[in-house]
Ligand binder design. Structure first.
Ligand code: HEC
Length: 127
């Protein structure tokens, strides 16, 4: 019985040393971008303008309506926003990835489309 007890202690000691000597390198992954949450606010200047700048101003830089340059975009898209039925807003539907009939040359990503819709649902503020 004593032998057995000693052996158990020995196993416990070895196990403790073994685990104490382990190093854990946790991989820190960047958090995925969370979907818009109702109640959150989404800033036009911080979230929507960068989409226009990156994907749209190459064509919508003044001569092609709507003018989506940072200083003009908000005013330009007033007629393309439908506050009563946000999902019918043309600034949302034209470049929507699900819209295969129109504007085939450039689409939002799904995330971008979701942001645009969410921004309109929040009242399409110049925030
Ligand atoms: C390769 C050039 C090009 C790019 C890039 C582009 N567009 Fe367009 N877009 C056009 C053209 C050309 C028209 C006009 C099409 C027509 O009238 O049939 C248009 C029309 C539109 C319309 C309809 C305008 C209206 O008055 O009815 C909207 C809204 C629009 N684009 C939004 C966008 C957005 C948002 C982006 C960026 C995600 C974008 N476009 C990127 C070329 C482009």
């Amino acid at each position: 019985m004593k032998r057995y007890y000693n052996f158990s202690l020995f196993v416990l000691l070895v196990a403790t040393l073994f685990f104490a000597s382990c190093q854990y390198d946790f991989e820190v992954k960047p958090a995925p971008e969370p979907p818009p949450v109702p109640g959150d606010t989404l800033s036009f200047s911080a979230e929507i303008i960068p989409i226009f700048t990156a994907k749209c101003v190459a064509c919508h830089g003044g001569s092609q309506a709507p003018d989506l340059r940072a200083d003009n975009a908000y005013n330009s898209i007033q007629t393309l926003v439908n506050l009563a039925i946000p999902a019918d807003s043309e600034i949302y539907t034209w470049p929507n990835p699900t819209n295969t009939a129109k504007h085939a040359w450039k689409k939002y990503s799904d995330t971008e489309a979701a942001k645009v819709l969410f921004w309109i649902e929040q009242g399409a503020l110049n925030n």
